[in-house]
Design a protein around this ligand. Structure first.
Ligand code: ATP
Ligand code: MG
Ligand code: MG
Length: 552
């Protein structure tokens, strides 16, 4: 039996189960803020939270962390639901909004005030920041810190009723202005914001801060393990402090556990930066196939299984690192290898005329649907006097090690004949417009007397008379450099040549595919039908090339 390796979160959960910390409950949550589309980093968090609950017979809540009204929108809520579902996870009736807890959060804040643990402060934001001190010096207490409980209760109620303008007052935790942890120097719990919330409208003009709303939301939902990224490690004492007055029916409190956020080479994982790409028209939208968003990756042709496999392979670490995008590409190739049909398409076509082939003849040939998976069967393709081959598969003056078509040279057309280049036809500007070849009639694949005659190159091709015009979108990385240089403006690191559009020719079989279907173009890579496709104009995206650069 194979020994299963456990990550540190699983080890912790098993220890908690042994000690019956939560009985044997395992209850996680995925808490996105609906202020943008989810990206590959969120996929990691989704797989982790839902995956770990599945493993231990637990459950996972989908919670919209919508406590910051200005940037949130229902468009994002809908896209997040779609993305989580697409990844293969379900929340049943466990979908919540932190905004549903506004009354409970308010009541709990009042409880903290009554316990002498929170106060209303009149200092401005800048003053609070200045009073906070630095790592080297203790902070300074606010002159409003010692207001009476009654006064604090009254002022907080007045804040809620809208008596004050934005920033005039805040509610702060009363902890320790000399704490070595800056997060514990009387952090702000509530601020005044006269803004319209996407769900609660103008009912509220005070909004809880993340460090207050998050632990209380976790406690309300009776979350056991609240998994978040490493940057919140220094907030954990505050998370625990906030819940000191919390009364749980079984005396259980959620615990925060941090793991390293996912970084991937060539992938931007900041919603702020991704939004800038959308707003500046650098990409066509949040679901542009170049985007590292889940919706972009999906449109690019990645499958949920490939993403889940990727998240499983990178594991869960406690230290930040950068994962090579080649691993993600490896995962999609692995997933599609045996299940994607393989057809022929010529991305950048040039016409080949087989001058010694009868003009009105058409042959029907048999092609494998997947050379590595016989069960996928065969299909029929047609061959005649004029075919297209890839412009790149011909060189008038071949360089060393170029084994494809060149003047006087022979290649095999896959499933068909060996052809020999006899002549190159050019237009007035010297551009090649046609290649004239002859063929060896005995070389037909499978049946000819020369069927096994060896030539150095085998090319894919499409019968000109039977070809379907398609648009092919070939992508390069959005960022040129593998890693972002934080010192530079990120816009200056964007690759201006990340999209190449080709007018291509595909075999007729491509008409069977619908938006979202994946297939391989022989020798070219994996592709997917794009939703821009119309009956007259198929559009395909290159998901990934065939060459694997992942060092196993
Ligand atoms: P961004 O900084 O891009 O805005 P965020 O962390 O603010 O991301 P949230 O919507 O708050 O976005 O994230 C929801 C959950 O996803 C959080 O628990 C967060 O820790 C997790 N998450 C976000 N980015 C990553 C990442 N790169 N790797 C792993 N988990 C992530
Ligand atoms: Mg966040
Ligand atoms: Mg953020």
């Amino acid at each position: 039996e194979q020994e299963e390796t456990k990550n540190f979160i699983e080890t912790k959960i098993e220890a908690d189960n042994r000690q019956q910390v939560y009985g044997e409950r395992v209850h996680t949550r995925f808490p996105p803020e609906p202020n943008g589309y989810l990206h590959i980093g969120h996929a990691k968090s989704i797989c982790l939270n839902f995956g770990i609950a599945q493993k231990y017979g637990g459950i996972t809540n989908l919670r919209f962390d919508d406590t910051n009204p200005s940037k949130e929108d229902v468009e994002y809520v809908n896209s997040i639901k779609e993305d989580v579902r697409w990844l293969g996870f379900t929340w049943d009736d466990r979908m919540f909004y932190a905004s549903d807890y506004f009354p409970a959060l308010y009541a709990y804040a009042v409880k903290l005030i009554r316990a002498g643990k929170a106060y209303v402060d009149d200092l401005s934001g800048e003053e609070i920041h200045a009073y906070r001190g630095t790592f080297n010096e203790p902070g300074k207490e606010s002159p409003y810190r010692n207001r009476s409980i009654e006064e604090n209760v009254r002022l907080f109620a007045e804040m809620k009723e809208g008596k004050y303008g934005d920033g005039e007052k805040v509610l702060r935790a009363k902890i320790d202005m000399a704490s070595p942890n800056l997060n514990m120097r009387d952090p702000v719990l509530y601020r005044i914001l006269h803004a319209k919330h996407h769900r609660t409208g103008t009912t509220w003009c005070i909004y809880p801060m993340y460090d207050f709303a998050h632990p209380v939301s976790d406690a309300i939902e009776r979350i056991t393990h609240s998994i978040c990224t490493l940057e919140f490690e220094a907030h954990r004492p505050l998370y625990n402090w906030v819940l000191e007055e919390w009364e749980d029916p079984e005396g259980q409190k959620p615990q925060q556990i941090e793991f390293a956020r996912l970084n991937v080479t060539h992938m931007i994982t900041s919603k702020r930066k991704l939004r800038a790409l959308v707003e500046n028209g650098i990409v066509s939208g949040w679901d542009d196939p170049r985007m590292p968003t889940i919706s972009g990756i999906r449109r690019r042709g990645y499958t949920p299984a490939a993403i889940r496999d990727f998240c499983a392979r990178i594991g869960v670490a406690k230290a930040d690192s950068v994962v090579d995008i080649a691993l993600l590409e490896y995962c999609i190739r692995q997933d599609l290898k045996y299940k994607a049909p393989r057809i022929m398409a010529v991305i950048d076509p040039i016409k080949v005329v087989i001058t010694d082939y009868p003009e009105h003849k058409t042959e029907v040939l048999t092609a494998d649907n997947n050379q590595e998976n016989e069960a996928m069967g065969t299909r029929q393709i047609t061959f005649s006097r004029e075919v297209y081959i890839e412009r790149q598969d011909f060189m008038e003056e071949p360089v060393k090690k170029f084994f494809r078509l060149a003047p006087g040279r022979e290649v095999r057309l896959k499933y068909a004949y060996i052809i020999k280049c006899e002549d190159v036809i050019k237009d007035g500007d010297g551009n090649i417009i046609e290649i004239h070849c002859t063929h060896d009639p005995e070389s037909k694949s499978g049946s000819g007397a020369h069927a096994d005659r060896k030539v150095k190159g085998t090319l894919h091709w499409v019968n000109a008379a039977d070809a379907v015009d398609i648009e092919t979108r070939v992508y390069d990385y959005l960022t040129r450099d593998a890693a972002e240089d934080e010192g530079k403006d990120f816009m200056s690191q964007i690759n201006p040549d990340s999209l190449q559009v080709y007018h291509s020719k595909a075999e007729r079989y491509i008409q069977q595919f619908r938006a979202g279907d994946s297939f391989q173009f022989l020798r070219q890579g994996y592709f997917v039908m794009d939703p821009d496709t119309t009956p007259d104009h198929p559009v395909v995206n290159r998901t990934v090339g065939l060459r694997d650069t992942w060092a196993k």
